[in-house]
Write a protein that binds this ligand. Structure first.
Ligand code: AMP
Ligand code: FE
Ligand code: FE
Ligand code: ZN
Length: 295
């Protein structure tokens, strides 16, 4: 069967509308919309999904989700948390997302100032036109640069300007506020969602060079389970077959749910395709916890 529990739309830094994500996934068993830091696309997504199901054009389950970056410092550099099955109207979750958005907007001003020091004057209207909702993320800065001919593509714009390790002479990267792990787990659970660790291979920056330290991952992940983690995105489109297998084994050993995700961003990440092929057994416990069925 095909599923995808990690998908971005125009509500954050993807290029497909939420309803187009639902249409494109209508033949899947399940699909979750997991935009960065906001739930603004979920109503449109759920509505399009419900309409597809009611009109007999789809048997898929359309799952509400969200991706949040957690403050580093618990043995990892980059911990992205997928919340699955959330109530977007939950007050505690909304409050947390308000803090994250404020931190993002404040960081964006610093990025604009950094570009200005390089003589690149970014206009807020132009930037806003690269984004669709209220989330203005680095890919939108990259798109602005590409559209005005500063860079040939998104990935070269990132490399030159927008990464922590971009060359010092052109680096416009700025840190932003990331909420603490406890706050995120609490808010997601309070909104009825599951806490799933996204792309564990990106957990530590050094793993990019040295490969994943699976023994370290196993130790930290079982500790996170104690702290409230519900599952692991063991199958990830950018994983090697070995990484898929090792992370699946780590999740099972820790009695964590296993999920599969592509991290689809439309043409902002042109090499990623929507949908992941999985065995029914692999996602059965997740389906049960999300109270969705296989039709
Ligand atoms: P932000 O949340 O504003 O810091 O932006 C983070 C987003 O930038 C991530 O979710 C990715 O979608 C995107 N991103 C990060 N690194 C790269 C890269 N090297 N190339 C393309 N997109 C990237
Ligand atoms: Fe993204
Ligand atoms: Fe991520
Ligand atoms: Zn993502």
């Amino acid at each position: 069967m095909i599923v995808d529990f990690h998908v971005h739309s125009t509500a954050s830094d993807g290029t497909l509308d939420p309803q187009d994500v639902a249409y494109r996934a209508k033949a899947f068993a399940a699909v979750a919309l997991t935009d960065h830091d906001n739930t603004d696309g979920l109503a449109e997504f759920a509505e399009a999904g419900a309409e597809l199901v009611e009109s007999g054009r789809s048997d898929a389950s359309f799952v509400t989700g969200l991706e949040l970056s957690i403050e580093p410092g618990y043995g990892f550099d980059q911990f992205h948390l997928l919340a699955l099955g959330i109530d977007p109207e939950n007050a505690e979750l909304k409050k947390l997302l308000g803090r994250v958005l404020a931190g993002r907007n404040e960081r964006n001003k610093r990025i604009i100032a950094a570009f200005s020091r390089l003589g690149i004057e970014m206009d807020m209207d132009g930037l806003a036109a690269c984004a669709h909702g209220e989330i203005l993320a680095r890919p939108h800065f990259a798109r602005w640069l590409v559209e005005r001919g500063y860079e040939k593509d998104i990935s070269s714009a990132f490399a030159r300007y927008l990464l922590p390790d971009s060359p010092a002479a052109t680096r416009c990267y700025e840190e932003r506020f990331h909420p603490p792990q406890e706050d995120v787990f609490r808010a997601v659970h309070s909104a009825g969602g599951l806490c799933i660790m996204a792309h564990p291979k990106y957990w530590r920056r050094e793993w990019k060079r040295s490969g994943c330290d699976f023994a370290a991952a196993e130790r930290e992940i079982s500790r996170l389970k104690e702290a409230g983690l519900d599952g692991l995105e063991a199958l990830y489109q950018a994983n090697t077959p070995e990484e898929n297998e090792r992370f699946t084994r780590i999740a099972m050993k820790a009695s964590l749910l296993t999920t599969a995700g592509s991290d689809f961003h439309g043409s902002n990440k042109p090499n990623i395709e929507l949908g992941m092929e999985v065995d029914e057994m692999f996602v059965a416990p997740l389906f049960e916890r999300l109270k969705i069925g296989v039709k």
